[in-house]
Design a protein around this ligand. Sequence first.
Ligand code: ATP
Ligand code: MG
Length: 566
Amino acid sequence: MPESQASSAPAPSDFIRDIVAEDVAEKRFSQIVTRFPPEPNGYLHIGHAKSICLNFGIARENSGRCNLRMDDTNPAKEEVEYVESITADVRWLIGGWADQVLGLHASGQPYYASDYFEQLYEFAEALIRKGRAYVCDLSPEETELYRGAPDKPGRDSPFRGRSVDENLDLFRRMRAGEYPDGARTLRAKIDMASPNIWLRDPLLYRIRHAEHHHTGAKWPIYPLYDYAHCLSDYLEGITHSICTLEFEVHRPLYDWILGALDLPRARPRQYEFAKLNLSYTLFSKRRLLQLVGEKIVSGWDDPRMPTLAGARRRGVPAASIRRLAAQVGVTKYDSVTDVALFEHIIREDLNGAALRRMAVLRPVKVVLTNLGPDEALECAATNDPQNEAPTTRPVALTRDLYIEADDFAEVPPPKYFRLKPGGEVRLKYACIIRCDEVVKDASGQVAELRCTADLGSRQGGPNADRKVKGTVHWVSASRSAAAQVRLYDRLFVVPEPGASENFIQHVNPRSLETVTARIEPALAQARPGEAYQFERLGYFVLDAADSAPGRPVFNRTITLRDTWAK
Ligand code: ATP
Ligand code: MG
């Protein structure tokens, strides 16, 4: 769908948008501010796109803003490479909306939760002074034991009764780096008997002597997600903090922390929605990292990956991902979306957008014996039949051609309408040919098909209307170029690859086939990011990373029809 159409579509509605609409109607905020807070420990995937479309969509529909924030409180797994890919992928996905709604730091960089470490530290001292946080010396294992279970209340830590002064002193020493990893924690003093396990004196800070991708070696202590998140939201003036369902049980803690501090400004509120799950697809970053690490794919942007970078490289339009997000909607119920819906959207969008071209993936040679070796008959091939006033380009019909190997059958099955010995077929945009002779090489392989062209069946010729049952695509042998074409298919062969820990066994062994194709001259000029329909084959895009001048590489985005449907 073109950008203009996408943005003029009526705004969808859902329970979160209804809440925002009421807040707007009641004038509760001067501006609606949302955020998208990925942890930079991997690349963004199509699941994240649902959250991006929701958060940026709400901002756009309400003339608000959506902050891009790196949720970077865990130094161990976070990297600058991920920060950069996340920023680029968000911009790509939201496209033209970026200028309107993308909230960035004054530096032009995304926001970083780690930029708030100093303020978060001050808030922590404030909680200690109020008697609402304490330093605990229990080991991680002991802390776990003391926490109890959902049906069994926890026990108070023996360190719960420490004085404010002692807590302040210990916490300052934690910050000064005086203790080893894991020796102490800062905990909220809430209720060890709470039915909500997240309220049983949750950890706020832990000691980690680690290099952080953004703050370097400055901090030996790191805040935990629940503590950092609500306060980062507050500091940025977020009005609606929208996250996925698993955080619903954390919401009382989110509210407790904000409520325990004397905060002068309006507090953000958290709302939860169901994640996007797609059949035949994995979204867990840990598992995607495993696919990359074990070299089952070529990287995070391998076109088979469910990442935004992979989808872009594969030729999936950003608008198709936005349409998927809009069609699945926003609910409170977990469900699995059929990947066929996504594929259908991609086909629909590419059908409208892609220029038609001819390429032969597995060439077999055809010789038109009634054409001279230097003869070249110009034919007009349609570029854009989907448009009201289609345009054409010239393609040359020459004596030597290539057609698709599987468009010929020496021993044809019943109802085979493509080329067979003695049979006829139409070369698209050109003329009808008849196969007179099958020439084989020493090994018995078909070397060439000697055919006669009915030149009168060309456009404007006396036999132009003559009908035969089959039409095949082709390229001239001398006026075509070689290209590497990567035929991608679904990465997993089972609908729920994530159901077992051993998901690697479900990788599709035929998810990538590489062929050396022949492409018509117009494709030698292909530009990255432009979609092409190779007639009768599917949608393809130039691979920007691996193509070189004179050595194009194409990726198949998707076949023309669903080959997985029963
Ligand atoms: P992991 O795969 O490691 O569990 P994550 O996918 O939760 O990580 P985050 O970086 O924390 O990764 O996600 C950023 C935001 O995207 C969060 O607000 C999260 O709720 C949301 N999000 C993640 N996965 C999905 C999904 N499948 N559908 C919708 N939103 C998602
Ligand atoms: Mg997460």
